[in-house]
Design a protein around this ligand. Sequence first.
Ligand SMILES: O=C(O)CCC(=O)C(=O)O
Ligand SMILES: [Fe+2]
Length: 295
Amino acid sequence: MDLPNLGTNPELDDIMQRARKYDIEENLLDLAMYGFTVVPPEKLGTTELTDRLRTAILKVYEDRSGHKIDDWQTFDGKMKKFQNWGWLLEDDVFLEAMHNPVYQTIGQFLTGMSGFLAGAAVILKTRQQEFDLPLHSDSHGVPPPWPSFATYANLSWLLTDYLDAEDGPTVLVPGSQRGRMPRGSESQAHVNEHDYIKPIPLQGPAGSLAVWNGGMWHGSVRRTKPGMRVTLVTVWQRVYMRPIERVKEISAAQLKRWPDLPKLLGYERIYPYQDQITNPERIEPTIQAGRDQYA
Ligand SMILES: O=C(O)CCC(=O)C(=O)O
Ligand SMILES: [Fe+2]
């Protein structure tokens, strides 16, 4: 039987048909069972984006911090303080990436067709940081017991290679999305051997998309070689949640090129109501999202 084509679950069918088209069904299975996956650059079909995203990030970093980096491959100094959130509207290349159909299919698989892109942050890391980020979950404000579906999703573009522990990668605990936040010394299981929490380093070449359920326990280990790690982190959320950031307004030119942006970025909301219900067409999709985790 060809389940995605029987019309039984319209939103899920749409997502699964696209998953088949883009050859990411195995990635969705990894997400459903283990809570994370890495989509290789060739499946994203936009390998030329990698250089452009990294270049745009270093340019915005320079504007924000006053610090120019001549060669990210060899730079071995300290990063200056910069505004970590609010990147999407700074350069159109970020919005191009957010319109990659594989990227969007995965965001919707985890947070439903009504899910939205709640914000984007950048991680720039050299070995000077000397810091192992404790294991944590990104599902802030979601109390246990956690639902079986994702409330948050982290879709991170790896813009430099994560080949081994020397690169200072994210580490993840497969299966941990099904529980609760880590407590006490559980947060250090990636630096001190733990009897049942077994974090693994994320691996993938530059241009990969790493994705995890926001409930998943993850952290990072320090970088131990020269050069920079560059990551564009994007967070998706369910329609009933509030966007993480609203740093800048969408420009007229951006809106013309991508009319879907207000919806994609979660600016189109039904609540709070004021004296009039101004957008009645937004009500039904939100109610439908309460009926079906893929809606
Ligand atoms: O890769 C890292 O440095 C950890 C990033 C992290 O915690 C996140 O993106 O939510
Ligand atoms: Fe995190």
